[in-house]
Design a protein around this ligand. Sequence first.
Ligand code: 5GP
Ligand code: ZN
Length: 114
Amino acid sequence: MPDECIFCKIAKGDIPAEKVLENEDVLVFKDIHPAAPTHLIVIPKKHYATLNDIPQGELAVLAKVFGAVQEITKKLGIAESGYRTLVNTNRYAGQIVFHLHFHILGGRPLGTMG
Ligand code: 5GP
Ligand code: ZN
């Protein structure tokens, strides 16, 4: 885990974030610059820089991430109206924070993907 990783620091509680769900493996918190009425960030607590960096033997972490997505979207009442889950990987996708994370966007119609 790189010392300078901001999402590792959030997972450890070293810097604050508005946490909305937490379990042993996964943390969900509000994005600091929301692009929708509901904009959450879902992270595995274990550091992987990108989606490319999960070893084959650790892909079960994705089930834990999506379990948290199901749980929090239901809890916040956006599961039925709908939401978008996306992950940016590396330069062309505009990844800024190199700790694997999934965005949840909801609370308004989101349009089609460009
Ligand atoms: P990406 O790497 O997928 O392009 O986006 C990273 C996301 O993390 C951005 O939407 C950005 O607003 C959010 N973000 C970056 N730094 C922080 C932070 O310190 N706290 C929170 N809550 N969100 C952050
Ligand atoms: Zn990290």
